[in-house]
Design a protein around this ligand. Structure first.
Ligand SMILES: NC(=O)c1ccc[n+]([C@@H]2O[C@H](COP(=O)([O-])OP(=O)(O)OC[C@H]3O[C@@H](n4cnc5c(N)ncnc54)[C@H](OP(=O)(O)O)[C@@H]3O)[C@@H](O)[C@H]2O)c1
Length: 285
């Protein structure tokens, strides 16, 4: 349990960082547990990442989250990277250890699976082929999670095919790179579809994907959570597919971070969701 005799500090480093909803949700936890502490957005330019991470210990931070564009670069900076983060190739959470050294892990993997299971408890990754769109940092966490949970086949569609091929090499034969031009057909017989691209996010065009070939039984998930209902999720809902939004992934990974930083693991409750939801645009504009 976190000490109550000191002010607790954590934050998120990104560039830009002001869009991040992490301060809202972590500061809700401080209030929920009546702990003196705060979670701050830290706008860190890429060239300053090492100095900023090294400043965490002297400033008294318990750790920080990392967001775009720092997740990969931090691998070469922290003192220890756990197997999960190394395998994924990205650090989403840094922990300051008692001796001031830094360890890096990746909470997005578990955040993804816990979110799906909370919203769709009957979901099983081994229930059939999954189609993952995108091959960036978010995709690597999603694919890792699906492989670990026994997905028999992961069709990986990315605009830049070489990036999908690199990911497939890292994660084994169940991951099959697919050409961007074949993305609509790749949905045939799929049990699950996950968007991990930035498409559909506020300020970006919708994901260019025709759902006609997707079975009505397929589960559709988006890791984008601004807006909460992306155009992809709206299209899935209209044709009767079950869907899971990306907000829960953010909430679940934050709970894991709290356990690592402060020894307390909060739950993702409807109240927590509604606190963060209140700050999001409900639909794509
Ligand atoms: N819910 C959560 O907790 C959570 C966690 C992590 C990320 N996310 C969200 O997931 C999204 C992706 O994040 P990331 O870290 O994976 O980013 P990233 O590493 O920069 O990857 C971006 C991906 O989007 C694709 N893409 C970009 N523009 C595209 C376009 N015009 N058409 C088709 N594909 C395009 C890229 O394809 P190329 O390889 O061809 O460039 C790449 O696959 C962001 O919106 C982020 O906020 C959410």
């Amino acid at each position: 349990m976190a000490g109550r005799d000191r002010f607790l500090l954590a934050g998120v480093m990104g560039w830009p960082v002001m869009y991040s909803r992490s301060p809202v949700l972590h500061n809700y936890f401080f209030k929920q547990y009546a702990l003196a502490g705060t979670y701050v957005p830290l706008a860190i330019k890429p060239d300053n990442l090492e100095a900023a991470l090294r400043a965490l210990a002297p400033l008294g931070f318990a750790g920080c989250n990392l967001t775009i564009p720092h997740k990969e670069r931090a691998l070469a900076i922290v003192d220890e990277v756990d197997d999960l983060a190394r395998r994924i190739g990205a650090i989403s959470c840094v922990v300051v250890r008692p001796d001031g050294s830094l360890s890096g892990t990746n909470n997005d993997v578990h955040g993804f699976a816990r979110n799906i299971l909370q919203q769709q408890p009957a979901w099983r990754a081994d229930g059939g082929p999954a189609v993952v769109i995108g091959a960036g940092g978010g995709a690597r966490a999603v694919v890792y999670s699906l492989v670990e949970r026994g997905a028999p086949e992961i069709r990986l569609v990315n605009r830049t095919r070489a990036r999908a091929e690199a990911l497939a090499r890292d994660f084994g034969p169940s991951v099959m790179p697919i050409d961007w031009n074949d993305r609509h057909r790749a949905l045939e017989g799929a049990a699950m579809l996950v968007n991990t691209t930035s498409q559909g996010m506020v300020g970006q065009p919708p994901l260019d994907l025709e759902l006609r070939a997707l079975p009505a039984s397929a589960l559709v998930a988006d890791i984008v959570y601004i807006p909460l209902e992306t155009p992809l999720l709206a299209a899935a809902r209209r044709r009767g597919n079950r869907s899971v939004d990306g907000l829960g992934m953010l909430l679940h990974q934050a709970c894991i971070a709290w356990k690592l930083w402060f020894g307390i693991e909060p739950e993702v409750t409807p109240e927590l969701r509604s606190v963060v939801e209140a700050t999001l645009p409900p639909q794509a504009t």
